[in-house]
Design a protein around this ligand. Structure first.
Ligand SMILES: Nc1ncnc2c1ncn2[C@@H]1O[C@H](COP(=O)(O)OP(=O)(O)O)[C@@H](O)[C@H]1O
Ligand SMILES: [Mg+2]
Length: 247
């Protein structure tokens, strides 16, 4: 049998509320339908919410892991379609800035994870030292951007800091909540205009997801929109993104 690749992908944004957690959980579901085994690390460490997306009530979380009380296999919870979630914890301020030692515990725990195809790291918005760290250890970096002008400028700021602090040059841009592909491309070109001028980075336009009322409707019910409305425009767009990811 083919060896699974264990590809770690960090999902980041400048601004909050751009759809990171929503995209990550729904992507994991689609990948599950493609027989890809996906872990999600809820790395919004002081404000866990991936478990909410799946309507889960995890017994343990990353705090137990970092404190040495549990091993990673004991805190992982299984969601629909075989998705495995590594839960965070809500409102624990000290986890917002992990020490070097705590990061090492986390990192070696990842090595303990059984074979999988993807490990998505769903970070908090902005550029805390945790966010820089998770981006530094992942194979691919995805930046989620929306048409909100603040999201566009903050994305540039995130790319700049990640590039300076980690030396990373390759960033994937995923545009969420747009009218159509043209709006997404315009936003992408807007960011490109600034990065091309001031930074030595390469931005890859990975795809876009339209603004879709089905997304909000499902989220309010703690349901995955790709499961509830697979024919909705957002679900179809995400399907395409997942196909590109595995190809
Ligand atoms: N394509 C979309 N169309 C409509 N609403 C969306 C879309 N993507 C995300 N949302 C909504 O935006 C809100 C924020 O999403 P969330 O995933 O929590 O953002 P983040 O994790 O970046 O803070 C949620 O209410 C979600 O339902
Ligand atoms: Mg989130």
């Amino acid at each position: 049998m083919e060896q699974k690749k264990k590809r770690t992908i960090t999902i980041t944004s400048g601004k909050g509320g751009v759809g990171k957690s929503s995209i990550v959980s729904n992507m994991a579901y689609i990948l599950g339908t493609m027989n890809k085994l996906t872990y999600i690390l809820d790395a919004d460490l002081s404000l866990g919410n991936i478990d909410i997306m799946f309507g889960m009530f995890p017994k343990y979380n990353i705090k137990d892991l970092i404190e040495g009380k549990k091993r990673i296999g004991e805190i992982v919870v299984e969601g629909p379609c075989g998705i495995r979630v590594i839960p965070a914890t809500s409102g624990v301020a000290e986890l917002s800035n992990l020490s070097m030692e705590e990061r090492n515990i986390l990192f070696s725990s990842f090595q303990e994870l059984p074979e999988h195809d993807f490990l998505f790291v769903d970070t908090s918005a902005g550029i805390s030292s945790n966010v820089v760290y998770f981006n530094a250890i992942s194979q691919d970096i995805f930046i989620i951007v929306t048409p909100d002008p603040a999201s566009i400028t903050d994305s540039y700021a995130v790319i700049k800091v990640l590039h300076k602090r980690t030396g990373r040059k390759d960033f994937n841009i995923l545009i969420n909540m747009v009218k159509d592909e043209q709006e997404a491309l315009d936003i992408y070109k807007n960011i490109l205009l600034v990065t091309d001028r001031f930074l030595d980075v390469y931005l890859n336009f990975f795809g876009f997801i339209p603004a879709d009322a089905q997304v909000n409707a499902a989220t309010r019910k703690q349901k995955l929109w790709v499961e509830r409305s697979p024919e909705a425009p957002a679900a179809k767009a995400l399907q395409k993104i997942c196909e590109r990811l595995v190809s």
